[in-house]
Design a protein around this ligand. Structure first.
Ligand SMILES: NC(=O)c1ccc[n+]([C@@H]2O[C@H](COP(=O)([O-])OP(=O)(O)OC[C@H]3O[C@@H](n4cnc5c(N)ncnc54)[C@H](OP(=O)(O)O)[C@@H]3O)[C@@H](O)[C@H]2O)c1
Length: 247
């Protein structure tokens, strides 16, 4: 079990985000507040309902679940989000921040989209961490990068640059906030395919991965559990990719 009481998850409505939000809800016995954000209100409401149903059936303690819809690339919405989180936490500091927020488009998409990609993957999570970490009395921060930044795909320079940036930022934040708050990064490889992927995609892509298959969610929640539990680790990037980054 994990000891956290007040957790905020930014970008919880994606594939990985949803799984880790359910995992945190399940693993933290003393959780008082679980606040999560997503960009699309329908997905936020869906996740809120799943969590509420689970907790009404399974949880003995009262965890207050709050889903907030927000575009973190819009400055005014970010300020509003901070106020809302502060209201929900009722002056208590958060002790766990997780940032599975992310998005990617190709470099051909135009300057406006590229700025959005850099903001989603770097500026927004970094600004939120810089705002919240000084208020924390202890705990952990987890960012999400991409294991392939050491072997990046052509045509996605904005995405990979932003992910490289968040890894560097995490190391700086880890040094600045030790020993009070630990800051680490999870860098997934291919963990899931879009519903629109071709039927043979799982086998085809699996063959290109040294460990022979696409990851799935469990290696990510195992890594998260390890990083949150092990108090002697800060400032590291854990690649969870079946060896995809290898030469
Ligand atoms: N899945 C993989 O195979 C894989 C591989 C390498 C790295 N990663 C990284 O791992 C992390 C989690 O992956 P995932 O598969 O869960 O990603 P995902 O399915 O794309 O979800 C990303 C999350 O970020 C939110 N988001 C995107 N743009 C936003 C914005 N402008 N403002 C606020 N929220 C925004 C999305 O909200 P909506 O759902 O409402 O749009 C969603 O909650 C990401 O950082 C991703 O880059 C994933």
């Amino acid at each position: 079990m994990l000891p956290f009481k007040n957790c905020v998850i930014f970008g919880a409505t994606g594939n990985i985000g949803k799984a880790i939000t359910l995992f945190i809800n399940n693993q933290c016995n003393n959780l008082e507040n679980l606040i999560f954000t997503g960009r699309t209100s329908k997905k936020v409401v869906e996740l809120q309902n799943i969590l509420n149903n689970k907790n009404s059936l399974e949880k003995l303690n009262e965890t207050k679940i709050t889903g907030i819809t927000n575009d973190l690339t819009v400055n005014s919405q970010r300020m509003e989000l901070r106020n809302r989180i502060e209201d929900h936490l009722n002056s208590k500091p958060p002790d766990l921040l997780i940032f599975p927020i992310g998005d990617h488009v190709s470099d051909k998409s135009g300057a406006e989209d590229l700025e959005k990609i850099i903001s989603t993957n770097l500026t927004a999570p970094l600004s939120e961490a810089q705002y919240w970490i000084p208020l924390m009395k202890g705990g952990s921060v987890i960012f999400f990068s991409d294991s392939m930044i050491s072997k990046p795909m052509r045509g996605y320079s904005a995405y990979y640059s932003a992910k490289s940036g968040i890894e560097t930022a995490a190391k700086i934040l880890a040094g600045e906030s030790a020993p009070k708050v630990r800051v680490n990064v999870i860098a997934p490889g291919i963990m899931n395919l879009k519903p629109t992927a071709k039927p043979d995609a799982t086998t085809r892509l699996g063959k290109q991965i040294p460990m022979g298959k696409i990851g799935g969610i469990k290696p990510i929640t195992d890594a998260l559990h390890y990083l949150l539990n092990e108090e002697y680790i800060t400032g590291i990037v854990l690649k969870i990719d079946g060896g995809s980054h290898l030469p």
